[in-house]
Structure formats: C-alpha cells, structure tokens
Design a protein around this ligand. Structure first.
Ligand SMILES: [Cu+2]
Length: 286
C-alpha cells in the first residue's frame, strides 16, 4: 500500500513537473527551438502546426477515455467474475446486440479520429496561392537554398561549437538562415543531390523528404517573427546530425531589405526592386 502511495505521488510530481516545464516552455521568448526537459511540442508558429497540436490534444483525450474505459472494464470483470465471486460461469457465448454495439461504436470512434486527421493531411498537402517560393536542396551535409523569384542562392552549413556566438544553440545554428516574411505563404520545393534528406522545422509543422531526382513540395506561413530551428530528419550519413535548418521570420520591410542586400551580389541594382514589387502585387490580386 505504501509503495502504491509512493508511486502515486511520483506520478503527480511528474505531471506537475511536466505542467511547469510546459508553462515555462510556451512563453514567447522560447519559440523555435527545443529546451532541456521539454516534454511536449515546441510552441507552434504556423497555422499547420497549430492544427497538429490541436489534433494531438484531441487524440490524447479520445485515447485516454478509451484506455481508462477498457482498464475499468477489465478491473470490473476481474473483481466481479473471479472464481470466488462467480464459481459457476454462464454458458452462453453469443449476444448479437452486444456484438453489433462493440463493432459499431469503435467504428464511430475511428471515424471521429479519421475525419480531422485526413482534413489536416489535406491542408498540409494542398498549397495555397504562394507569395514566395524557396527551393531547398539537401547535400551531404549541408543545405542549399534558392529564391527563384529573386535570383538569390546560397549554401547553409552548421556553425561549429567553438565558433558560436552567445545565445546560438549548439548543433542547430547555421551560417546562413532562410529568411522569410511573416504572414506570407511560403511554398518550399525540395530535392536532394546525393541521398535522402528531410527538411524539418518542428515549430512550423514542416517535415518533408528531399529525394534525389524528385521534387517534393510543402508550405508554411510563419505567424510571429523569430528564429525557428530545425534539422535533417532522415538518416543521411556520417554528418546527418550536423546539418541544421534555421528559418528567420522577419517583417516585410526587413525581408525586402534582406533581398536587396543579397541581390546586389548577383544582379544589377534596380532590377530586384521591380521584381519584388511585381511579386507582391501579383499576390494581392489573387
Ligand atoms: Cu541529411
């Protein structure tokens, strides 16, 4: 009895700790990267990730209810129909109404799980009219990014631990982040030039394989400015753990000046200005 009480208090301490860490973690200052002792998702920063978290919470409620119901039923059967309490067992073996019920009810429960799940899957797969396209190419072991609308292309490699600045997370910091404007739909086209990789940013709800010879597509829209860290999520070789993804979401003005700054190196000035405006105007019409 004492050990059960001990177990019980350990359980509540754990739940309390999880709630504490959860509350701590969900503060806005901590968006976009994993934390020590983190037990749930990162703070969602895109509509898709919000839906993922909502679906997860909903599933957790349903599966907990099912698990507790089955556990209760088992306990009741063990207590009520054990050999002492029920020495002469009943001899019937079929009950049609009961069998229909225990088939139909689980089917209905599965439907209530399948509908929101498929809805989310469709939403992830169906790319809305995009404001910006970024092409991602996985290499052993770094990423290269292209902004075809603005003729910008660069490689992004991990910053080694001894070269990190203050507040830069180890193994998650890359030298050149992907810069995107907040509140804009970003279409991401992904491929690889050697082996399978996977471009994953947990807070944005993005995780799509990059496959040599194929083009995959995904999308995201960042709701709040910030730096969002991700990684390669497909075992791709010796330095698989050392190809982080960094997405920096900035305001529209900051994004445009970033574009202008990076564009200078590859194209004559003046040209990018008109292309930026053209790109945004095109979006406004759709
Ligand atoms: Cu990889």
């Amino acid at each position: 009895m004492r050990s059960i009480r001990k177990l019980g208090s350990a359980f509540f301490i754990r739940i309390g700790a999880a709630l504490y860490v959860g509350a701590f973690m969900w503060g806005p200052a901590w968006a976009g990267q994993p934390l020590p002792w983190q037990m749930t998702f990162q703070q969602p920063a895109s509509p898709i990730m919000e839906d993922v978290v909502a679906l997860n919470d909903y599933l957790l409620i349903v599966i907990s209810a099912v698990a507790f119901f089955v556990l209760g039923l088992l306990g009741f059967v063990m207590w009520r129909f054990n050999a002492h309490r029920n020495p002469t067992p009943a001899t019937w073996s079929h009950n049609t109404p009961l069998e229909i019920l225990w088939t139909v009810i689980p089917v209905l429960i599965l439907m209530t799980l399948a509908v929101p799940s498929f809805r989310l899957l469709y939403r992830q797969d169906h790319i809305p009219p995009a404001d910006l396209t970024i092409k991602v190419e996985g290499h052993q072991w770094y990423w290269s990014y292209t902004y075809p609308d603005f003729d910008i292309a660069f490689d992004s490699t991990m910053v080694e631990s001894d070269q990190l600045k203050v507040d830069q997370p180890r193994l998650l910091t890359a030298d050149s982040p992907v810069v995107v404007p907040v509140g804009r739909v970003v279409r991401v086209q992904l491929t690889a030039d050697d082996v399978l990789h996977s471009w994953a940013v947990p807070a944005l709800g993005v995780r799509t394989d990059t496959v040599p010879g194929r083009l995959n597509e995904t999308w995201f829209e960042v709701k709040t400015p910030g730096v969002y860290y991700g990684y390669c999520a497909e075992l791709c070789g010796a330095r698989h753990a050392y190809m982080p993804v960094v997405v920096e979401a900035v305001s529209q003005e900051q994004f445009e000046s970033w574009i202008a700054e990076h564009k200078v190196a590859v194209a004559p000035t003046g040209q990018q200005e008109s292309r930026i405006r053209f790109s945004w105007r095109e979006r406004a019409q759709t």
